[in-house]
Write a protein that binds this ligand. Sequence first.
Ligand code: GAR
Length: 212
Amino acid sequence: MSHASPLRIGVLGSGKGSNFAAIADAIGSGTIAAQVALVLSDVAGAGILAHATTRNLPARFIEPGKFRTKLDETAEAAFVQALREAGVELIVLAGFMRILKGEFLRAFEGRVINIHPSLLPSFPGLEAWKQALDYGVKVTGCTVHYVDQGIDTGAIIGQEAVPVMAGDTAGTLHERIQEAERRLYPAVVGAIARGEIQVRGRLTRGFDPARG
Ligand code: GAR
């Protein structure tokens, strides 16, 4: 799909929002032909909401409900409704720490992407940088992928490798991965906005990391 008008994106995050800030700034500078239609968080006071407010972008906290790792039914319906009302065409998960499935994915089928801090399929799940460090790999990185019903299993759009250095701690390695994330995620969102990504089953084509 190629867009005559800017792609309307909805961004979901639970944390400090550095990925969102990189995407918002790439949109602001005209590098990405998209518009942030809405930012949602399941964490009141999350940094991502502050990044949105500073940039005069619409942002809301929505109460996630009674579960710890997913949204409850009421919360899920509230997220879906808010994103629909905002006319969102692509959902960008940027450090959203709850698993989305069922109704949410059916509502936005094939239109949800996520960034994960490892080279998938290695180290899915939580604290992937720490998993990589503990395992002893010498190269890790980050992956942007479509979201399906599994955990970090959807079709891969783009990846960037990051070396593990002698003396790395979980903190230094995560910071180096996040630098790569701030390059990769805006580049992928830009490619989607230009209609360059084709998906067939779990194979995607069209992302050119050199284009940025
Ligand atoms: C990022 O490193 C992202 O890859 C990770 O959370 C961080 C959010 O940072 N996501 C996951 O681990 C998802 N399983 P940010 O709030 O600064 O963008």
